[in-house]
Design a protein around this ligand. Structure first.
Ligand code: ZN
Length: 458
């Protein structure tokens, strides 16, 4: 069984889960306050009339959940046909303030207009160099929302947005150096000249025309131009440092010149060691520290700004071959570049967790490679309830490994697979609220704690 999920369904599944949890948080705090205020007498009345009010309460709760599901999270709101107000309402799903929504119907356009100013003041030549660092309007909007959201911040205030301020805090900052481009053009220029004798007299041929000959010279023209090259880009994803080398190119121009161009060209770019660290630091400085809230920012931006979502993949440029090979017991090899355990094996509030959860190298971003722990045979590759896209591999001695919530599967049921061979990519499918891998090791179908076999995880 294989199930194709469309992009928005998948994205909104995670989003809805998070929004649901935040609403839950709010409900919990309201509940606590309410219980404090109820006196003992009221409590005894409540206990005695339990058979009457409990069914009514249950019905009301069900009706409220139905309301939340149907109206609270309009799933289609980010799609093109949704009205502006619906889009904004979805973006601010846990602060449904009619007045706010009415006033801010054109909020998306407002953020787009502000974010578009990210490259103001740069020349076209400079813009070309840094266009991959364009600011995402949706990141701006998501950060503005989360840093001023009363539900997230735990304050009873109304939402108050500050687009200009957040833009000034987060806009890309660049450093530049001057560089010279030198162009040297060489052309052999020839012309017919009239031949004269040593007395300076023109010589004629038998027809009476002056005798001519071809005389050539090399004409050299040199131009220089000064340009500004980017040396550093400081953006919310991190610091990118540009290194240059001098190159000399020889070309033939259409008007007959041999041209030599000497200029500085990008040799290599140092990418950030920890993607989004500046964003995390910024959010932390505003009191946003939980992983869920941080990932929500990136997720919102990815959903609403598809251009940004595309360019994120290009910006990452991860070289997974640089990650060390991590050995476990039994000569098993660790299965993905990240070793960040986001949820351990064992009992937790939602029930028994038969494996461990591993976060992405770049928090919240799909696509980390998932490798097979050992040689084996793929006994299942496809969709499974809860697991989403999942791969089961049977190894020797009734050992099975399972890899869940994948965004892509690279193997088929029945395939033989080698140790460290790519079986799929990390994702967020199934019962999952953020990009991670769910990993299980089973002996005779009984799950054991993978951290026991990979001491690095402890
Ligand atoms: Zn899990």
């Amino acid at each position: 069984m294989e199930q194709e999920q469309d992009y928005f369904n998948k994205a909104f599944q995670g989003l809805a889960n998070r929004l649901g949890r935040s609403t839950g948080r709010l409900a919990l705090s309201l509940g606590k306050t309410a219980i404090k205020g109820i006196g003992k007498i009221l409590l005894s009345i409540l206990i005695h009339t339990f058979p009457v009010w409990f069914p009514i309460l249950l019905i009301l709760l069900l009706a409220y959940s139905a309301y939340l599901i149907v109206l609270g999270f309009p799933m289609s709101a980010a799609e093109e046909n949704a009205s502006n107000q619906d889009k904004v309402s979805t973006f601010y799903a846990f602060s449904k303030n009619e007045e706010f929504l009415k006033e801010n119907e054109d909020l998306f356009d407002k953020y787009k207009e502000i974010a578009n100013r990210w490259d103001d003041g740069l020349s076209d030549y400079q813009k070309q160099q840094v266009e991959t660092h364009a600011m995402s309007w949706a990141i701006l909007m998501a950060v503005d929302r989360i840093t001023h959201d009363p539900v997230v911040l735990g304050e009873g205030k109304e939402i108050e947005i500050k687009p200009e301020k957040v833009f000034e805090d987060l806009r890309p900052k660049f450093e530049w150096e001057e560089s010279t481009i030198t162009i040297e053009r060489e052309k052999k220029e020839c012309k017919e000249v009239i031949v004269k004798d040593k007395n300076g007299k023109v010589i004629y041929d038998e027809k009476g025309n002056p005798v001519t000959k071809e005389e050539c010279e090399i004409v050299i023209k040199k131009y220089t131009d000064t340009v500004r090259l980017v040396t550093e880009a400081n953006i919310i994803e991190g610091e990118f440092v540009y290194h240059y080398k001098t190159v000399t190119e020889k070309q033939n121009t259409s008007d007959g010149y041999n041209q030599t161009v000497t200029k500085e060209e990008v040799d290599y770019i140092e990418y950030p060691a920890h993607y989004f660290q500046p964003l995390y630091d910024y959010l932390a400085s505003k009191g946003i520290k939980t992983e869920e809230d941080i990932e929500l920012v990136i997720e919102l931006a990815q959903i609403y700004d598809t251009d940004y979502n595309m360019s994120l993949a290009l910006r990452q440029n991860l070289d997974y071959t640089n990650y060390p090979v991590i050995k476990g017991v039994n000569d098993w090899l660790w299965i993905t570049p990240s070793t960040r355990v986001t949820s351990p094996y064992g009992y937790r509030s939602t029930g028994f967790h038969a494996g461990i959860d591993i976060g992405a190298v770049q928090r919240g971003i799909d696509g980390d490679p998932i490798w097979s722990m050992a040689d084996g045979r793929v006994t299942y590759a496809g969709w499974a309830s809860g697991y989403g896209l999942v791969v089961y591999i049977d190894h020797d001695d009734s050992i099975q490994t399972r890899y869940g919530h994948l965004s892509r599967i690279n193997v088929k049921t029945g395939d033989y697979i080698k140790q460290k061979e790519l079986l799929g990519l990390m994702g967020n499918t199934g019962r999952s609220t953020g990009t991670h891998l769910h990993f299980e090791i089973r002996f005779d179908d009984i799950p054991y704690d993978p951290a026991y076999y990979f001491p690095i995880l402890k």
